[in-house]
Design a protein around this ligand. Structure first.
Ligand code: NAD
Ligand code: UDP
Ligand code: UDP
Length: 328
């Protein structure tokens, strides 16, 4: 089966997920335009693509209008880790809301199909487990996470209204915690924090008692989900949950990373951040049924690859890892 080659815009394309997506779309032969303001993204993430004539990188902030001609848009622009999205919370909401309006306006004008990377944070601190798409969530609208959660919720509203009002072809996926190579080493997310701490034999910072849960999806599986959703028939607009439905406590994750790195780190407890969700796990029956998608990479092999990435990164930065036992 031959693929129809398309002009594809990836906003937030220099970030963690965006750079993997650009790579995947180029591998399929598409003409890729990466737009990023480099707030949390890095040119290093896309450096290997820059010599490619069908890959283009543009420095641009999606809160400003963008006039380009494309067939598809993947809208990823938005800081994703709590410390980054809480750094300038007003800008975070603007990025989600005004960014969505601009990208939807663009999609409307050029009749492009547009996919929004929404988040499990739309469910807030959930009272239903695991979370199906029909669950409407439990979000604190005035807490420190609200700039992200409510921004993403409003973006979903805009997507559905542009669809109903202007017939824009939309796709909405709700992403659950995803990890892998090219995560930002200082983004404060649990996987990157624990791995960097372990590689340096520094204390592992467990927030609260570590009994809160998350479900961790490897990046390659997530990208496969994005592409399947974009390529699905126009009638499938979502929202569709994407994530790995294997629930793990944060304390278990800490122990696993210590084991896989052979670290001599001890675990230290820190206060649980405000509004930190206690339990989170996706119900992915819709993705299984409609996209024939489910994660293929288990936590251990996924973490091994991520550890190898961070080990190389720290070595390049002269922050030589003090690992004593090789990872499996
Ligand atoms: P990331 O921070 O690595 O990537 C976001 C990218 O957007 C960065 O390159 C950043 O520079 C760029 N950006 C931010 N504001 C921008 C603006 N105003 N204009 C242009 N570019 C801007 O994070 P990620 O993990 O790759 O997340 C990508 C998307 O997926 C985000 O929308 C995020 O909300 C969503 N998501 C990610 C996860 C996860 O676990 N990684 C979970 C849920 C949702
Ligand atoms: N927009 C854009 N690129 C385009 C078309 C529109 O950035 O190619 C922006 C436009 O500047 C506007 C937003 O998208 O602020 C929403 O556009 P829409 O046409 O829906 O609304 P209007 O222009 O009528 O406010
Ligand atoms: N967490 C932790 N130690 C850290 C970083 C995070 O215990 O050094 C916890 C955090 O409190 C949360 C979970 O790990 O319960 C996931 O945090 P992350 O910031 O990665 O993502 P999110 O809370 O957005 O799911």
């Amino acid at each position: 089966m031959s693929t129809v080659l398309r002009r594809i815009l990836v906003t937030g394309g220099a970030g963690f997920l965006g750079s993997h997506l650009c790579e995947r779309l180029r591998a399929e032969g598409h003409d890729v335009l990466c737009v990023d303001n480099y707030f949390t993204g890095r040119k290093d993430n896309i450096a290997h693509l820059l010599g490619d004539s069908l890959f283009e990188a543009m420095r641009h902030d999606v809160t400003h209008p963008l006039f380009v001609e494309v067939d598809e848009i993947y809208n990823l622009a938005c800081p994703a880790s709590p410390i980054h999205y809480q750094f300038d919370p007003v800008q975070t909401t603007k990025t989600s809301v005004i960014g969505a309006i601009n990208m939807l306006g663009l999609a409307k004008r050029v009749k492009a199909k547009i996919l929004q990377t929404s988040t499990s944070e739309v469910y807030g601190d959930p009272t239903v487990h695991p979370q199906p798409e029909s669950y409407r969530g439990s979000v604190n609208p005035i807490g420190p996470r609200a700039c992200y959660d409510e921004g993403k919720r409003c973006a979903e509203t805009l997507f559905f209204d542009y669809h109903r009002q202007h017939n824009v072809r939309i796709k909405v996926v709700r992403i659950f915690n995803t990890y892998g190579p090219r995560m930002h080493p200082n983004d404060g997310r649990v996987v990157s924090n624990f791995i960097v701490q372990a590689l340096k034999n520094e204390p592992i910072t467990l927030y609260g008692d570590g009994s809160q849960t998350r479900a961790f999806c490897y990046v390659d599986d997530m990208i496969e989900g994005f592409v399947r959703m974009m390529d699905a028939p126009d009638e499938l607009i979502g929202p569709v949950n994407l994530g790995n439905p294997v629930e793990t406590t944060v304390a278990e994750l800490a122990r696993l990373i210590i084991e896989l790195t052979g670290a001599r780190s001890r675990i230290v407890h820190r206060p649980l951040p405000v509004d930190d969700p206690i339990q989170r796990c996706p119900d992915i029956s819709a993705a299984r049924r409609l996209l024939k998608w489910q994660p293929q990479t288990a936590l251990r092999p996924g973490l091994d690859r991520t550890i190898a990435y961070f080990e190389k990164l720290l070595t390049e930065r002269g922050e030589t890892p003090k690992r004593t036992v090789a990872a499996a």
